[in-house]
Write a protein that binds this ligand. Structure first.
Ligand code: HEM
Length: 403
């Protein structure tokens, strides 16, 4: 007999922040996705989480992120877009996942030995299976069937991509240790950080496989969906505000604000979720008994009129939060111990706090801007449709033209 789980739904920004930051609130969002997500960073708790996060934080330093954005990403974007631009059209749901996968592979440390289209297509198919695994709770398909496909994809990913990526990095690390190579020869990616393991964590191979799969999917899927939705919002904004068309073309910080606004309105997951490990009383006086599943309702919190204005439901790249300290993306990057490690990589720096010499727009903005620079517009003869295979609001197909 199963006992009903006691649930509490949080709809205020202050309570949500307190839940996210509370040390006795444990991750609950990915309980159904263990096949991909067991023992990965976002599912760890307390000391185990702290030590893995400290190790991986080494990669996400400002100078590394600026190097990615300025030196590495532009050529990956150019190469990925080029065949589509040459064809004059693209379907951007798939294109965005290809693009963001190419960028996420660089960050995660997944090499491709031949660089052929077929090889990239295999990695793409595997990554799409990992995404299905991470969002298993929302699938409309048979769960056992999906799990079998994911297990197979993970084994293939390990064989074809991860094992050779590990071997190459291990050889480089050995060469650095023996003085034959220098630090500068080491790739700047999560896999190298894990193998180098300066904090002496003992991570078994199967955990490394899932951790790198997770970085690949977390980096690619969230950014890909934000990319498609931002373009959609900008298409609609341009139609309603023709006076802003030139601004969208020429002002990168306007596009960056459009990304923030899109992420506020469409967080990558509509809810955050935690288990209360002990009885907890929030500052508001709300009591949360031990064992409660706490649902953080991001859609409601991110659309709170008291924080984002009376028209908080509407996309407006010029929006400035009414409340001091509220982020323009709301709580869409989480807070506290699990706050998104890729936030700065994906969304860049906030103009008002940034040092301009090191300013980053974030990979979603840079990628969206690259499409605008190439004259993207919706294909008037082939309308976009939603994805019917999930209960989440994702676009299924979004055809565009390059004019
Ligand atoms: C638009 C882009 C993105 C959004 C909206 C987003 C959102 C989030 C959210 C809400 C969390 C917290 C989950 C929780 O507390 O339950 C998170 C965590 C995480 N994100 Fe992102 N993310 C984005 C991009 C990225 C990128 C590009 C990477 C790749 C580096 C990434 C890697 C991670 C990782 C590894 C965690 C777990 C952190 C931890 O548990 O310590 N994310 N993300």
């Amino acid at each position: 007999m199963t006992t009903a789980v006691h649930e509490i739904r949080i709809t205020s920004m202050d309570e949500a922040k307190e839940v996210y930051r509370h040390k006795e609130m444990r991750q609950a969002l990915y309980d159904a996705g263990q096949i991909v997500m067991a023992d990965v960073l976002v599912n760890l708790h307390a000391d185990e989480h702290r030590s893995r996060r400290r190790l991986e934080n080494r990669l996400f330093r400002r100078e590394t992120l600026v190097h990615y954005e300025r030196d590495l990403f532009p050529s990956v974007i150019e190469q990925t877009l080029e065949p589509h631009v040459a064809a004059g059209r693209a379907e951007i749901v798939e294109l965005s996942h290809q693009l963001m996968m190419n960028l996420a592979a660089l960050n995660a440390g997944v090499d491709r030995s031949t660089g052929t289209t077929e090889e990239t297509a295999r990695l793409y198919a595997q990554m799409m299976k990992f995404i299905e695994g991470a969002t298993l709770a929302h699938t409309t398909r048979d769960i056992a069937e999906v799990e079998a496909e994911i297990t197979e994809s993970m084994a293939a990913f390990d064989r074809e991509f991860l094992a050779p990526s590990i071997a190459r990095r291990q050889a480089l690390l050995d060469a650095v240790a023996s003085g034959v190579a220098s630090e500068a020869d080491l790739p700047l990616d999560v896999l190298t950080v894990l193998l180098r393991n300066e904090d002496s964590l003992q991570l078994p191979h199967d955990v490394i496989v899932r951790e790198i799969s997770f970085f690949l999917l977390a980096g690619a899927h969230t950014s890909a969906t934000a990319f498609v939705r931002t373009l959609h919002n900008l298409f609609q904004w341009s139609a309603l505000h023709p006076e802003d068309v030139e601004l969208i073309r020429s002002d990168r910080s306007f596009v960056q604000k459009a990304v923030y606004e899109t992420i506020r309105l469409n967080p990558s997951s509509p809810t955050g979720m935690r288990w209360a490990l002990v009885d907890i009383t929030l500052k508001s006086g709300r009591h949360i008994p031990k064992g409660t599943r706490v649902i953080i309702d991001l859609n409601t919190i991110n659309r709170d009129p008291a924080v984002f204005g009376a028209d908080a439901d509407v996309f407006d790249p010029r929006r400035v939060p009414l409340v001091e300290g509220a982020a323009p993306w709301g709580l869409s990057f989480g807070q506290g111990m699990h706050a998104c490690i890729g936030q700065e990589l994906a969304a860049g720096l906030l103009e008002r706090t940034a040092d301009t010499a090191e300013y980053e727009y974030g990979l979603v903005s840079v990628a969206v801007q690259s499409m605008i620079d190439r004259g993207v517009c919706p294909d008037p003869s082939d309308s976009a449709v939603m994805d019917a295979s999930t209960t989440r609001p994702y676009w299924g197909r979004y055809p565009v033209l390059f004019t």
